[in-house]
Design a protein around this ligand. Structure first.
Ligand SMILES: Nc1ncnc2c1ncn2[C@@H]1O[C@H](COP(=O)(O)OP(=O)(O)OP(=O)(O)O)[C@@H](O)[C@H]1O
Length: 911
């Protein structure tokens, strides 16, 4: 075993004062000492934590990480680790190598990912090599491994298959092996979404190296796949660790496809160097042609973007990868060939332009977003044709059991697309995981937002629940099997049920009593029903020839028919709900009631803006500081990118975005203070820290800013708010509160805040609308809103055709003068109006309508004359509570109740 690796156990660098912990480390030289100590420890020792900080930059382990590392180092046992994407699997298999001062072998299918990891480890002075058939310096790498110079050896499963096994045997007998880690372990299982035959053979390696612990790692394994991995790899007495698979920072959204311009343009935000999708973005397309097309479209929209697919030369693919990972291009349009090879932590959006192959692949692909834990979005645009193409791509020669498994996975994907329940819960349930709590959440998915909006609008619970489609399903089944003998697609049976006069329906068919039996329902409704039946396994659709599809009844449908049941209860889909609603709206136009949310008659209190009250005594200074911090962050980012370019590594390998934000807050003036910076490994600080410190020092001198702030104080950056305001801010979801602090308390304009938070400007405007709705003051002037504009919206809402119905924004927008306002501003004004009329609900979201439009494009109207003066009732309608101090200065009306009381009285406003 090598003893000359002083990188870890050697003397400290004079630049870094690592203190006691490091000194103790030096005395623990030699892996066995550590192991003996760890055997007695349930918690990591200081030396272990110092190692974590030194090479990874983290001050502590995330839950389960330490137990996993300890099982390798102290117990020497096998294990399977199922951990959500971006949780921190690398720490689990890299730490044992560093703690034991011995080689860890990592088997991974992805060369580009391994190349990134090798570079990343080099940036913290850990020697790692990659052995694969395409690597040029295989011999040099082998020798370095045999000399015991390497801590990590990355190999492909094919390498193991082609002689790698005997090489590893030699290594075991020579310098020794701490661990064999098998990344993407789901590839072992045919029940997983990415089966690879070479992975299946890794069980042989387990037999060859009986005394080395093996660790399988994956982010996507159902309970069935987990069992299969353990038995296929021959893991012994394997401990299975499964962290929750939830990715709470990922917002999920699904949309129907229209045109790429219409779909993608609204997602763009304007940055300093042109439009982008809110940060680094991957756009996945199902085919190479589509990649080329969407890449062209994005470029025409001015987006700095590149593309990646298997049809490009290796050099072009490599360049695309580098340009994206070094932030030269904000966007990469790719097939899933680009999928797992990307290790960039700050991808803010993953867009699928076309449905994914199946639900497990989808979870894996969206996992590339937000690995730095900052808010990120996964949006999918789809159309029915995508699903037909995916179905046709299934390999029909597969063993029958796997084929039907693959078809089920596809059906799950389709179900995900059309479900109107929480999408996060849907995915987690698939993996046998659970979401805590059953209720609608904020910042979760489009369905949760939609359901929250409809429930606060007095909406129907039934919309998202179960429907009984027994009668119609029975009709459709009969027509498919009896009238058309299961030799047709869906068009004919639906036309038949709707009593179409199409010539394609022969007269003997049209004499059937079921002809026209379903004409009360629209074609869209019947198609939505057929889709629901298909994804629930009551209808089969298969390809016939090149273009046609044929529907038939699977055994599940036949069993239901035989059971004689009249009910068929199934969870509804978005499409079926909307098709049902269309009908309801049409009926409502003919006279019956539609659910409305009506603005109460009386104005009972006055909302105030920030000019009418002082929020804090410090706010003006703070706001100045906040602006300087943004400027410093920008300079630090530029410096980081330049250092990355000079050293030919990805920017995150110099410093992560998280570390840069910390640097701009703490503003270290010496290398010692760099210790406080989270996510900055000590080894990396040694290499690049001096440049960052110098920049911070000069910047602070120039702008008289404080340096060496303690990390905790810098983070809280707290200002003393009046209790009345603080208690309202406390009611906001944390992401909304953050926006409020930035834009209102620290007076940062929405554009800059959007850049700082990596959220779109309209999302931030929505946050401000939520704040206004519970009575929090905003800076109206900064938002381009005047009191007169609010009055005009109120009078428009009061007049026909709106007649006080505030359940939807779109109709209101349509009657306002064209170009007078944009959706985000309208939403804020309506929130203020609602507050003043006590239609209070902090979680309420008005319909999102076409609210994606950027509010920047909306000019402030010069014609703000109200059409009708609002009716006010300055006596107020309720209690006589004394106004809080911060409100008393300018309020002409009585504030009635606390928000909580107002909320209690809310029910009275819904008719
Ligand atoms: N203990 C920790 N404390 C703070 N951050 C951590 C910790 N462990 C890992 N991270 C961070 O989590 C992010 C993801 O880590 P890593 O690349 O190991 O994830 P992963 O589980 O391998 O993800 P994927 O499945 O997507 O490859 C990195 O930005 C890393 O710095």
């Amino acid at each position: 075993m090598a003893t000359d690796d002083d990188d870890f156990w050697g003397d400290d660098d004079d630049l870094i004062e690592a203190g006691d912990a490091m000194e103790r480390q030096a005395s623990l030289r030699g892996g066995n000492f550590v192991v003996a100590e760890l055997k007695r420890q349930d918690t990591p020792t200081e030396a272990v934590l110092a190692c974590l900080k030194r090479y990874f930059g983290h001050s502590n382990f995330r839950p389960q990480q330490w137990e996993i590392v300890r099982r390798v180092v102290a117990d020497r046992g096998d294990q399977l680790v199922v951990m959500s994407t971006g949780y921190g699997k690398s720490v689990c298999y890299q730490m044992p190598a560093l703690l034991m001062d011995k080689l860890t072998v990592v088997i991974s299918p992805l060369i580009s990912l391994m190349e990134d990891q090798v570079k990343n480890l080099a940036s913290v002075n850990v020697r790692a090599v990659l052995l694969g058939s395409a690597q040029t310096d295989n011999e040099g790498a082998r020798q370095a491994v045999m000399r015991g110079e390497c801590r990590l050896l990355y190999v492909t499963p094919e390498f193991i298959d082609n002689g790698g096994q005997s090489f590893l045997k030699e290594v075991e007998l020579g310098p020794g092996i701490a661990l064999v880690a098998i990344d993407e372990a789901h590839c072992v299982s045919q029940w997983g979404h990415d089966f690879r035959p070479s992975y299946r053979k890794l069980g042989n390696l387990r037999k060859q190296l009986p005394s080395i612990p093996f660790m399988g790692l994956t982010a996507t394994a159902t309970p069935q796949v987990r069992t299969d991995i353990v038995s296929s790899l021959g893991l012994r007495d394997a401990k299975i660790t499964c962290t929750g698979l939830d990715r709470p920072n990922l917002y999920l959204r699904v949309c129907k496809k229209t045109t790429s311009g219409q779909d993608l343009r609204p997602l763009l935000v304007n940055g300093d160097s042109g439009p982008h999708f809110g940060g680094p973005t991957i756009i996945y397309c199902p085919t190479r042609d589509k990649v080329e097309e969407i890449n062209g479209d994005c470029r025409r929209m001015g987006v700095a973007c590149t593309m990646y697919h298997a049809g490009l030369s290796a050099a072009a693919r490599k360049k695309a990868h580098i340009d994206f990972s070094t932030d030269k291009m904000t966007t990469i349009v790719a097939t899933v060939a680009f999928g797992m090879g990307i290790d960039k932590p700050d991808v803010r959006r993953v867009i699928h332009y076309g449905a994914a192959k199946d639900i497990e692949a989808y979870y894996q692909e969206i996992g590339r977003a937000g690995r730095d834990c900052l808010p990120s979005t996964a949006v999918l645009f789809w159309e029915s044709r995508d699903l037909i193409i995916q179905r046709s791509m299934l390999n029909k020669d597969m063993n029958q059991a796997y084929l039907s498994h693959a078809m089920n996975m596809q059906r799950k994907m389709e179900e995900y697309l059309v479900t109107n329940e929480c999408r996060r819960k849907f995915i987690l349930t698939h993996f046998g995981d659970r979401l805590s709590g059953d209720t609608v959440k904020s910042n979760c998915c489009d369905n949760c937002d939609q359901n929250a909006a409809s429930s606060t609008a007095g909406g129907q619970e039934a919309e998202k629940s179960v429907v009984d489609c027994g009668a119609e399903a029975a009709q459709l089944f009969q027509v498919i099997s009896r009238v058309f003998n299961s030799r047709c697609g869906l068009t004919k049976p639906i036309a038949f049920l709707r009593g179409s006069n199409s010539k394609q329906l022969q007269s003997w068919q049209t004499n059937n009593p079921l002809f026209g039996a379903g004409k009360a329902k629209s074609e869209r409704w019947w198609k939505a029903l057929a889709q629901l039946l298909r994804i629930r396994g009551y209808l089969d659709e298969s390809k016939f020839g090149d273009f046609a599809t044929v529907v038939s009844l699977p055994s599940k449908a036949e069993a239901w028919i035989r059971s004689g049941e009249s009910q068929l209860l199934l969870p509804s889909t978005t499409e079926l709900t909307e098709a049902t609603k269309e009908k309801t709206v049409a009926t409502a136009a003919g006279g019956s009631d539609t659910p409305q949310r009506l603005l109460p008659e009386r104005k009972t209190r006055t909302w105030q803006d920030t000019t009418q009250m002082r929020l804090t005594s410090e706010s003006s200074n703070k706001s100045g500081d906040e602006k300087l911090m943004v400027e410093l962050l920008k300079q630090l980012t530029d410096l980081r990118n330049n250092l990355a370019a000079e050293t030919d590594i990805a920017p995150y390998m110099v410093a992560s975005n998280k570390a840069l934000v910390e640097l701009s807050r703490v503003r270290p003036s010496s290398m010692q203070t760099l210790d406080q910076i989270d996510d900055l490994p000590v080894e990396r600080a040694k290499r690049f820290g001096d440049s960052f410190v110098q920049l911070c020092r000069n910047f602070c001198e120039q702008h008289s800013l404080s340096t060496n702030n303690s990390s905790a104080a810098a983070l809280s950056g707290s200002v003393q708010l009046p209790t009345e305001i603080q208690s309202l801010v406390d009611q906001l979801p944390s992401t909304t509160a953050q926006t409020y602090y930035l834009c209102v308390i620290n007076k940062l304009d929405v554009k800059s805040a959007s850049g700082q938070r990596s959220l779109s400007e309209s999302t931030l405007m929505n946050h401000l609308a939520s704040a206004a709705k519970i009575g929090l003051p905003l800076d109206l002037a900064q938002l381009g809103i005047t009191r007169e504009m609010i009055d005009q919206v109120l009078s428009t809402v009061r007049s026909p055709p709106i007649s006080s119905d505030i359940s939807r924004l779109k109709p209101i927008m349509e009657v306002l003068p064209e170009g007078w306002c944009c959706y985000p501003r309208l939403r804020i004004m309506l929130s203020i109006i609602e507050y003043e009329h006590e239609s209070v609900d902090s979680s309420d979201q008005l319909d999102s309508g076409p609210g994606k439009s950027s509010f920047q494009s909306c000019p402030i109207s010069s014609n703000n004359t109200p059409l009708v003066r609002q009716r006010t009732n300055s006596d107020g309608g309720g209690g006589k509570r004394k106004l809080p101090e911060w409100m008393a200065a300018a309020s002409p009306t009585n504030s009635r109740d606390s928000p909580a009381q107002a909320k209690r009285s809310r029910s009275s406003i819904f008719k």
